[in-house]
Design a protein around this ligand. Structure first.
Ligand SMILES: [Zn+2]
Length: 565
């Protein structure tokens, strides 16, 4: 027990330019192309269910309020017949997973309303963010635009667009990260050390041997585990076709690849992550020692014996009552999920993650945000209620933007649209006159750095060095803004001086450290190229807001009439 893994706080994304933190070093030191094999470490790309209010079944007498989901994290009814009475029973026409079975009970959903734990005025005051002349002060601003086809979430630092996410109505198929399913094993592939699992989505999901959980007593073929040096038993000894398994999505399906699954389910709350039926016990290493000790004392009492917990950085200075409330919420939710798993036939969705906006707030909202502006009344109310329940001191930072009254769309008012448009260009100008050309291919993204109009003042080496430093910062910004994942190769302009090369790489790593998504940068190659990987979380900005051109099929060339006839 008590193995102090450093749970990284924002489950799905992580910072750091080098090898990863905590967890199994072996899985980490390898380049992770955002996706391939190694098992997810605790706190790494951990799915992130739940968030919420007080207790499960509307403790304050309110029935579970469910909003209609249009643009938001659309509810495609994966695996549930139109007859399933869901939430508010509205228009649940199934655009999602194929209907493999008839009527299904509705999946468990995160509770986003409830009563806040009462806090004394002193605590509240400390938790409120800073203000200046009555206006909230903070580095970041989140803008949420709910449109008919998608909900877009933009994060600004000052006025600069840092990140942008799109969540579409068909998301019960493509954005299922964190959802929990009762899956049905389709086939086990010993040669791939993996199993394909039907989770009622169009594509079967993949469960790798390293993500399989097993009970040694249940093994058909006893002793096999030991023979393999006490390591994971072979997947074919643990899983059989047609078997039903409780499983959680750790990675959304991308292009032709199915979703990735794990059997180690976890339910993130605001302050703790509950890991059902596990001995996991961790407290974020980012917290100071004294605080870790205080939290350990609280958890020793609040932690359910049979389940594991990971305490997140957000628990800093949070009261015992608040932590207890968070644990209780997650427990109630787990009970519901377990109950449903016993009364349902696989494949079925058991638990669905909340709206993108709610998830992001659960993971990221702090007093460093001067506000969250939402242009949809219904979503605004849900988010406001949620924040009132978990972080009441910051609830007044959630604002509604009435486009009609304002006379200008939110994204225009905040100059987000123009920044997004620029983020779709191949070319990005650098302050000194140089530029970047960003070109995506199927296997990797190539970024070419040019000095262009940057003529500098002293020597050529100095000009190139300055230009590369600017490029290093800008490449990091662009990767984050464009949400580019996978392998990335950067061709900086050649530098003669080794010290300058090192300085550029150092600057680049520092700039990448601000990105919560995990990246890994390798040393400059013989040809002067920098290779790196960035974990693939979303599909990428370009892919999420465009489709390939009909005329050239994405090549950017139109055949001259008659030339090859
Ligand atoms: Zn074209």
């Amino acid at each position: 027990m008590a193995d102090e893994q450093a749970p990284n706080d924002t489950p799905s994304r992580q910072s750091g330019g080098g090898a990863g933190q905590g967890g199994s070093p072996s899985a980490d030191s390898k380049p992770q192309i955002g996706d391939s094999r190694p098992a997810p470490k605790i706190g790494d790309s951990r799915p992130a269910p739940q968030g919420d209010g007080a207790q499960n079944q509307g403790g304050d007498g309110q029935p579970k309020k469910r909003r209609r989901r249009r643009g938001g994290r659309g509810r495609g009814r994966g695996g549930q017949g139109g007859g399933g009475q869901n939430q508010n029973g509205q228009n649940q026409n199934n655009r999602g997973g194929q209907q493999k079975q008839g009527v299904r009970p509705a999946p468990v959903e995160a509770i986003t309303s409830g009563d806040a734990v009462e806090l004394d005025e002193k605590t509240l005051k400390r938790r409120r963010g800073r203000t200046r002349k009555g206006k909230a002060v903070g580095r970041y601003l989140m803008c949420v635009h709910v449109g008919p086809k998608a909900t877009q979430i933009a994060t600004l630092e000052g006025r600069k667009l840092l990140e942008h996410q799109v969540s579409r109505p068909a998301d019960d198929i493509s954005q299922i990260h964190g959802n929990i399913y009762l899956g049905r094993v389709q086939n086990v592939l010993p040669g791939m050390e993996a199993a394909f699992v039907d989770i009622a989505t169009p594509k079967n999901a993949v469960l790798y041997a390293g993500d399989v959980q097993y009970d040694a007593d249940d093994l058909d073929n006893e002793g096999k585990g030991e023979k393999r040096g006490g390591k994971q038993p072979r997947i074919e000894d643990v899983l059989k076709a047609k078997q039903s398994i409780l499983t959680q999505v750790t990675k959304n399906p991308i292009a032709h690849k199915g979703a990735r699954l794990t059997q180690e389910v976890s339910l993130p709350g605001r302050f703790v992550v509950l890991v059902p039926n596990s001995s996991t016990y961790g407290i974020s290493k980012r917290l100071p020692d004294g605080e870790r000790k205080r939290l350990r004392n609280i958890l020793d009492k609040a932690k359910p014996k049979q389940h594991g917990v990971i305490v997140r950085t957000a628990a800093e200075n949070v009261t015992a009552e608040e932590i207890k409330a968070d644990v209780d919420r997650l427990l109630a939710q787990w009970d519901d999920i377990e109950k449903l798993s016993k009364s349902t036939k696989a494949p079925a969705l058991l638990y669905r993650e909340p709206e993108a906006a709610v998830r992001i707030i659960r993971e990221e909202f702090t007093k460093d945000f001067r506000g969250v502006i939402i242009d949809d009344k219904e979503l605004f109310e849900e988010v406001k209620g949620y924040v009132e329940a978990i972080t009441p001191a910051l609830a007044d930072r959630i604002e509604y933007y009435d486009e009609e009254a304002e006379g200008l769309p939110l994204f225009e008012r905040q100059h987000i649209d123009e920044q997004l448009r620029k983020a779709l260009d191949r070319k990005v100008w650098l302050p000194g006159g140089g530029s970047l050309i960003i070109e995506g291919t199927e296997a990797l993204t190539v970024i070419d750095v040019n000095t262009g109009k940057n003529v500098g003042k002293s020597s050529l080496e100095e000009t190139v060095f300055r230009n590369n430093l600017e490029a290093a910062e800008e490449v990091a910004n662009q990767l984050r803004l464009r949400d580019i994942g996978g392998i990335i190769v950067i061709d900086f302009v050649d530098m003669e001086v080794a010290k300058n090369r090192d300085e550029v790489i150092k600057t680049f790593r520092q700039a990448l450290a601000r990105d919560k998504t995990r990246t890994q940068v390798f040393d400059i190659s013989e040809l002067g190229l920098v290779e790196m990987t960035r974990k693939r979380i979303g599909e990428g900005l370009l892919e999420s807001v465009t489709t390939a051109c009909d005329s050239c099929d994405g090549r950017g060339h139109v055949m001259i009439d008659g030339i090859l006839d």
